[in-house]
Write a protein that binds this ligand. Structure first.
Ligand SMILES: Cc1cc2nc3c(=O)[nH]c(=O)nc-3n(C[C@H](O)[C@H](O)[C@H](O)COP(=O)(O)OP(=O)(O)OC[C@H]3O[C@@H](n4cnc5c(N)ncnc54)[C@H](O)[C@@H]3O)c2cc1C
Length: 292
């Protein structure tokens, strides 16, 4: 048993052996959730911290030959907001990162921290659901991959085990027939330094006649985790989307919402806003899927 309180691995192998050898070690990346929560009295700072900012294997975005993208856990929101690969292909993800906090927050806040903090209002959650992302994890015992849809299990909870380090998010290729557009929109009371009251992400694939051949929709901040809006998707898949169908399908998304009252909004208000946000996200995704 190692008797230290601060660890700073230089690479992934060191990080894995520190996690295996030091009980109760907590990971810190940008610290914008962990340290801010401690300073504001929400949770004490953990007694043993492992700062991962020097672990080079967690840095960078890498496209694979099949058209997918591996986003290292230390990628910041600022990186996602400006990466050409993300803005052009996985646009909903850059929409979401561009909304996080302020430029200072986006400069240090990481993808790994946003995912592992597991807030129901996490900005990246709904985009990662519509892109059917998976999460790569490493521990002293080895490596594994978990679908994002089963990784976040509740507010502040994930299926990660003690000693797991998230190494990356992997986005599968979006290649296929037709044209794809995606978008993430959130309802907020002010334009910066805000948390989503309700958020929605949409991804649509249209054929050459503008018929919707695939669609995925997800909701933020209206359930214990971000959730897919299955009824909305079923109503739109295979259809040519006119304004009436769009309105009905957006309304159906409330079936997937189970919001709570909190300091930022009542459950009723959140439920009422779900169709509005879903309609706006779908409209923007449809616009982006159409030829310029
Ligand atoms: C002013 C301000 C505004 C904000 N606005 C928003 C917003 O609009 N939307 C939003 O979604 N969030 C927002 N946040 C929250 C925060 O910035 C993001 O969630 C950010 O992505 C967290 O990343 P981090 O690297 O700072 O995480 P950290 O604070 O370092 O870590 C967060 C949690 O994840 C764990 N962790 C971190 N990295 C890993 C890893 N690789 N493997 C395993 N566990 C890990 C830590 O142990 C901790 O439990 C805001 C925060 C602040 C301070």
């Amino acid at each position: 048993m190692i008797d230290r309180t601060y660890f700073e691995p230089a690479d992934l192998e060191q990080a894995r052996s520190m996690l295996a050898g030091a009980e109760g070690l907590r990971i810190v990346a940008g610290g914008t959730d962990l340290v801010v929560a401690a300073r504001s009295g929400k949770a004490p700072l953990p007694e043993r911290l492992m700062a991962i900012h020097r672990v080079k294997e967690l840095i960078g975005l890498d496209s694979d030959a099949g058209g997918g993208l591996r986003i290292g856990a230390l990628t910041t929101h600022g990186d996602l907001e400006t990466s050409a690969a993300v803005t052009q292909t996985w646009t909903a993800l850059s929409d979401a990162s561009a909304l996080v906090g302020s430029p200072a927050t986006r400069h240090v806040g990481t993808v790994g921290g946003n995912v592992c903090n597991a807030s129901p209002a996490m900005e990246l959650g709904s985009p990662l659901l519509v892109f059917e992302a998976s999460i790569e994890l490493a521990s002293g015992g080895g490596f594994r991959s978990v679908p994002f849809s089963s990784f976040v299990t509740g507010p502040g909870r994930t299926s990660a085990q003690p000693g797991d380090l998230m190494t990356a998010v992997v986005l599968p290729p979006l290649q296929g027939p037709g044209r794809v557009g995606s978008a993430y929109i959130r309802l907020e009371y002010r334009l910066a330094m805000e948390i989503a009251i309700v958020g929605a992400a949409a991804m649509v694939r249209l054929d050459e006649t503008d018929r919707c051949i695939d669609v995925r929709v997800a909701l933020t901040a209206v359930a214990p985790t971000c959730v897919r809006a299955a009824q909305t998707e079923e109503m739109l898949r295979g259809e040519t989307i006119d304004p009436g169908l769009l309105e009905r399908a957006a309304s159906a998304a409330t079936a997937s919402a189970s919001p709570i009252d909190d300091v930022r909004a009542s459950a009723d208000y959140r439920r009422a806003m779900v169709p509005v946000l879903v309609r706006r996200a779908l409209t923007r995704a449809l616009d982006r899927a159409k030829p310029n």
